[in-house]
Design a protein around this ligand. Structure first.
Ligand code: SAM
Ligand code: SF4
Length: 406
């Protein structure tokens, strides 16, 4: 199945792209992801690769991080060149990117522009925690070229935010969305989580209403996932909190879809709604289309033309490699046709456009016909040769992906 390339048995000075991955490089949409692995405190449900000041230890610091990211961007340009792809999207995520001074994020973006050709109308997103932005920092980010901001709101209920260990008040996310619009951000997203233990139907309604009262053109709503090894999982194991209930999660999803739809938001991926095509997150669309992206930062994943790789996870190991002029890549895998077909189905089925039935195996196509009978795939789209989720299919999207790809 997956081939681990021998070229990375010991860390090379730079990653070498095989010719097969280089093919199509300048014709395929290309994005840059910059991971910022710092948070002020860790939310009890989150297992992302992020570190509080206490957890970080020596060898990496927030103050030096922009320099580290810039060093990796330079390696990226060297590896991908001489015919560099045009950057169509940049996404700075985390962790909490906005724990870094806005000038540091601006410096990283300026280096992207110095190193790479950048598309007219490039989408430049940063994630942010509501309590870490101010009108002044937002103005700096906007002036530097950031066009989109994604704020983690999660809930409008104070007791839900407390279970999630969030540090902001319910109102702060809505306020920050307004400040971002006032600063000139073209696109503003709020992230919500549903199904938190103790959340009531009324809490979820209030969260949706609060989002709709904010000046946003995009909403992401995720079911709470209980990740192993988190404080939330330990509290559930000890019986302090109940496990999120599947029926409740399905009800919450349906309520979100109905409320958002009535307010002019349409789903374009199972967990994402936007007010128009222009308001969709183009960077995420690039992932879902299995296009090319380079992920900068500790633990960041990349994909170029069927070659996938991922960086060493700890910020100190990542910074150390770059300081020594070595690649931060931990490992690579070359996807074969079967892997790529599987990815296409996993990502494509969750999209509103769905995917062509020809992307499925023969067995997958037979199961797709059965899914139409079960009300999970749209009959008209199926007759026209596509697998497109029905409303009920969206509730069971993960199970259906497994069914169609087994
Ligand atoms: C990893 S965060 C990074 C951005 C920022 N630090 C924040 O919290 O908004 C991106 C999104 O992933 C969501 N997320 C993280 N862990 C999750 C989980 N276990 N279940 C559902 N959503 C999760 C967060 O709530 C957040 O909205
Ligand atoms: S602030 Fe965001 S990235 Fe940091 S721990 Fe919380 S959810 Fe995870």
């Amino acid at each position: 199945m997956n081939t681990v390339l021998p070229l990375l048995e010991s860390p090379p000075r730079t990653l070498q792209l095989p010719d097969s991955a280089r093919e199509g490089l300048t014709r395929t949409p290309f994005g840059l992801y910059v991971h910022v692995p710092f948070c002020a405190t860790r939310c009890g449900y989150c297992d992302f690769n992020t570190y509080t000041a206490d957890e970080l230890g020596p060898g990496a610091s927030r103050a030096e991080y922009a320099g580290t990211a810039i060093a990796e961007l330079r390696q990226a340009a060297e590896t991908l060149g001489p015919d560099l792809p045009t950057v169509s999207t940049v996404f700075v995520g985390g962790g909490t990117p906005t724990l870094l001074p806005a000038d540091d994020l601006a410096a990283v973006l300026a280096e992207v522009r110095r190193l790479f050709p950048v598309a007219d109308g490039v989408e430049v997103t940063t994630e942010a925690n509501p309590e870490t932005v101010t009108p002044a920092s937002l103005a700096t980010l906007r002036a530097a070229g950031f066009t989109r901001i994604s704020l983690g709101m999660q809930s409008a209920a104070e007791h839900v935010l407390a279970v999630l260990d969030r540090r902001h008040t319910p109102g702060r996310a809505v306020e920050a969305a307004g400040e971002a619009r006032a600063a000139g951000f073209e696109h503003v997203n709020l992230d919500l989580i549903y199904g938190t233990p103790g959340e009531t139907d009324a809490d979820w309604s209030a969260s949706l209403d609060a989002v709709l009262a904010a000046p946003v053109d995009h909403v992401s709503a995720y079911a709470l996932i209980v990740e192993e090894g988190t404080r939330l999982a330990r509290r559930i194991d000890r019986g302090e909190l109940p496990v999120p209930d599947d029926d409740v999660l399905a009800d919450r999803y349906e309520q979100a879809d109905a409320t958002l739809r009535a307010a002019g938001f349409d789903w374009y991926e199972v967990s994402n709604w936007a007010t128009s095509g222009a308001a969709r997150c183009r960077h995420n669309e690039l992932y879902w289309a299995n296009a090319n992206w380079w992920g900068v930062g500790p633990g960041a994943h990349s994909h170029v033309g069927g070659l996938r790789w991922w960086n060493v996870k700890h910020p100190a190991a990542h910074a150390g490699r770059l300081l020594r002029g070595e690649s931060p890549v931990q490992d690579t895998e070359l996807l074969d046709d079967d892997d790529r077909a599987l990815e296409t189905v996993m990502l494509g089925l969750r999209l509103r456009e769905g995917l062509p039935l020809t992307a499925l195996s023969e067995a997958g196509r037979a199961r797709a016909a059965d899914a139409v009978v079960r009300g999970l795939l749209e009959p008209a789209a199926h007759a026209a040769g596509r697998a497109v989720l029905t409303d009920r299919g969206r509730l069971l999207a993960d199970a259906l992906v497994r069914d169609l790809t087994d």
